[in-house]
Design a protein around this ligand. Structure first.
Ligand SMILES: [Ca+2]
Ligand SMILES: [Ca+2]
Ligand SMILES: [Ca+2]
Length: 733
């Protein structure tokens, strides 16, 4: 009760105290002034005492400064003045050779009537919050901190300084294995998220190969989560995250294996980094097959406790063959984050593929004179555990996966679509004469070469911090539009359109767009000469079907789905137009568009809400939300069981085999018993062992067809059981 009147009094007095203390430290005061002291900011190590005085004046009317002097004197210490701006707190020092008196000082302070609290100060261990790593190759990791070309890095160091390193997030590298015994991987390795589909065991350790190139997955894993400050090689983008490996690329890949890979340990793995895809030869049109597609869809619905697995895919390395990622079904998929590459000048390298469905780009190798990506490497065969030569869009996708891990640390409940939205909202546009930047009706800039722009870790994480989940996904599908129209030769155009009305969208409630897809079937003698442009109602155009000089295929497209992200955030309602033209050689006949179908994906988010979110994201870029304790509520997610046990795992196979054997023996026994019952047993008993066998022979002969059938059936059961591992073995090798 006594302290309650004294606190306002202190408040009242504090300006006075400040007035008396402040001049002591202001320059105009002469050094000759008796009050002038410039005490060293601290005492020697182990010689400083901090005291808090009772916040009231004593009976003789001494002020706090005077009380501090009295206390110091009584304890045999020297008063060094108020500690910072903390009224009533003083720093008292003892001499260097006064260790003995120090103990006495402690006792004196403890007993002193003016002292409310005291403490002998310890040296605090604090590391500077600037990023300095002892990893020998960190200085060469220009993609993390580019000192040569300002701005040409992923802008991540400020995120690390705020302790955002991907903690609590697991990224899985779906590739040719991960050497998890490596010093840069082992401490961050997640065996729980890992699997080997090539050898069907839980250990994704890469196998040495003839060309010593099963280092790919390990390099990608290092880019994501290489351990920092271990005096070894490099630092990962999300060096506080866990990294797992799914070995699937070291052998023939089947649709079912891909499907298993995409959902493997999907309550453990948050982000799937896939630096691979169909052949980048400029003539392939391929993507996930039915099971792979289903697994991608299942992953975004059920993975990560219902928030959705994040699938990151590389745009492809077929740039020199005019390949385009709209012919790659993984890049086209709405479920994936499609990432392209730029070199350290921000230019699209010769190998990189462009397309309308590309979300963003990040760094990788370029021409010979430009630097490649420095990352961990395998140490098998010719590997040294570290490389400065990781290249291609393969090197870009894991950087994106690492940045997404940083986002998920600050906001674990971001859905798979939130992640795509935040990328669209935050990727940065920059000047590149060769990029066809266009700003769409919602104010998002996109180029076929760079997507929405460069991924920027600072922007991604700050936006993630304030991002409220977008409304659930809705879609609209036009009917299949049967055309059977001739595709005209350039410069003429076949123009088709479909109007999406307000009534069409009423049922789903869709207001604004995310992905727009167009599925078509076309007959053509050389499909690589056809060019397809899709216009959204705003007039924003997407080159969804780029020409490919090397694609001579005469089978056209069979229900191929092209997609674009270029209309992101725009109003869904209005007229969509297709422009198809044929840059054909005159000798070839014209093709025919058989039918097409438009699919819109989006949500009930209104156009105004899109603008509001854009404003919020811009506002968050100052870092104020990241710096503060601000956090939006995050629901815990659904309680989804780990993926269903694959019936072809070794344990279930063993059980199946046991069951099968039991069934086989049981039916043999039963058959024998029934058969023997029909025989003269005494004769059999009399006979020698050989006869018993003869008898059995007789049974077999006598009951031939029926027994044969039974045996065949049993054999078939046994076959199915025996084939099970063969099927897996086949598909796995
Ligand atoms: Ca293995
Ligand atoms: Ca390291
Ligand atoms: Ca490709």
């Amino acid at each position: 009760m006594a302290s309650s009147p004294s606190f306002p009094l202190l408040l009242f007095l504090s300006p006075l105290i400040l007035l008396t203390v402040h001049p002591l430290h202001t320059p105009p005061l002469s050094p000759d002034n008796p009050h002038f002291r410039s005490p060293p900011p601290s005492c020697g190590p182990g010689q400083s005492w901090a005291v808090r005085l009772h916040a009231r004046l004593d009976d003789e009317g001494h002020d706090l400064d005077e009380l501090a002097h009295l206390v110091a004197e009584d304890a045999g210490l020297e008063n060094r003045g108020q500690i910072g701006q903390l009224a009533g707190h003083y720093l008292l020092c003892q001499g260097a050779d006064e260790g003995q008196r120090g103990t006495g000082a402690g006792k004196a302070l403890a007993a002193h009537r003016y002292v409310a609290w005291h403490s002998q100060e310890l040296i605090l261990s604090r590391s500077k919050r600037s990023v300095a790593f002892n990893d020998p190759k960190y200085p060469k990791q220009w993609h993390l901190h580019n000192e040569l070309r300002a701005g040409m890095d992923i802008n991540v160091t400020g995120v690390w300084e705020r302790n955002i390193t991907g903690a609590g997030v697991t990224v899985v590298v779906v590739d040719d294995g991960v050497q998890h015994t490596l010093a840069d991987i082992q401490p961050n390795y997640s065996p729980e998220g890992s699997y080997d589909l090539n050898s069907n065991d839980p250990d994704p350790m890469p196998h040495p190969d003839a060309r010593s190139d099963n280092h790919h997955g390990t390099r990608c894993a290092g880019e994501i989560a290489a351990v920092s400050n271990n005096s070894f090689c490099a630092v990962g983008v999300a060096y506080g995250s866990k990294v797992a490996g799914i070995r699937v690329l070291d052998g023939p890949l089947t649709d079912s294996m891909e499907a298993v890979a995409f959902n493997k340990h999907y309550q453990v793995n948050d982000v799937y980094s896939c630096s691979w895809g169909p052949d980048d030869d400029g003539r392939t049109v391929d993507g996930p097959h039915p099971l792979g597609k289903a697994a991608l869809q299942h992953g975004v619905i059920a993975g990560r406790r219902g928030f959705g697995s994040i699938f990151v895919v590389a745009s492809g390395n077929g740039g020199q063959y005019n390949d385009n990622c709209n012919y790659d079904g993984y890049a086209n998929s709405i479920y994936t984050v499609t990432i392209g590459a730029v070199d350290e000048n921000g230019r699209m390298p010769f190998y990189a593929e462009e397309c309308a469905s590309m979300l963003a780009v990040t760094f990788s190798s370029g021409g010979r004179s430009l630097r490649s990506i420095v990352t961990s490497d395998w140490s098998l065969q010719e590997g040294t555990g570290c490389t400065d030569a990781h290249t291609g869009t393969s090197a870009a996708a894991p950087l994106a996966a690492g940045m997404i891990a940083l986002m998920l640390q600050v906001r674990p409940c971001l859905t798979w679509r939130d992640v795509q939205h935040i990328i669209a909202y935050t990727a940065t546009q920059y000047t590149d004469a060769r990029a066809d930047w266009e700003t769409n009706g919602a104010g998002f800039h996109h180029s076929h070469q760079h997507g929405f722009g460069l991924l920027n870790a600072w922007r991604l994480v700050n936006a993630a911090k304030v991002w409220d989940s977008v409304p659930f996904l809705v879609s609209y599908q036009s009917p299949v539009l049967r055309e059977e129209r001739q595709i005209l030769a350039y410069p003429a155009n076949l123009v088709l359109s479909w109007n999406v009305t307000a009534a069409d969208l009423k049922q789903s409630g869709m207001k604004t767009l995310e992905h727009v897809s167009m599925t078509m079937t076309m007959a053509h003698p050389r499909r690589g000469t056809v060019e397809i442009v899709l216009l959204c109602p705003s007039g924003m155009s997407s080159l969804i079907g780029a020409r490919r000089a090397l694609d001579p295929d005469a089978s056209g497209y069979m229900d191929w789905t092209f997609s674009t992200v270029r209309c992101w955030g725009e109003r869904a309602e209005g007229q969509y137009t297709l422009q198809i033209t044929d840059h054909r050689e005159p000798s070839l006949s014209l093709g025919t568009l058989n039918h097409w179908k438009l699919t819109l994906y989006g949500s009930s988010m209104s156009f105004q809400e899109v603008k509001e979110r854009q404003r919020l994201v811009v506002e968050a870029m100052g870092g104020q939300y990241l710096n503060s304790n601000f956090s939006l509520p995050c629901p815990p997610g659904l309680d989804i069981a780990p993926e269903k046990v694959n019936p072809l795992t070794s344990n279930s196979l063993k059980s199946l085999l046991l069951l099968g054997c039991f069934a086989l023996f049981w039916s043999l026994y039963y058959t024998l018993e029934v058969a023997l019952a029909h025989l003269d047993l005494r004769e059999l008993w009399r006979g020698r062992r050989g006869r018993a066998q003869d008898g059995f022979q007789a049974v077999r002969l006598e009951e031939g067809p029926e027994m044969e059938l039974q045996l065949q059936q049993q054999q078939r059961v046994a076959d199915t059981v025996a084939k099970a591992p063969l099927i897996t073995a086949d598909s796995a090798t």
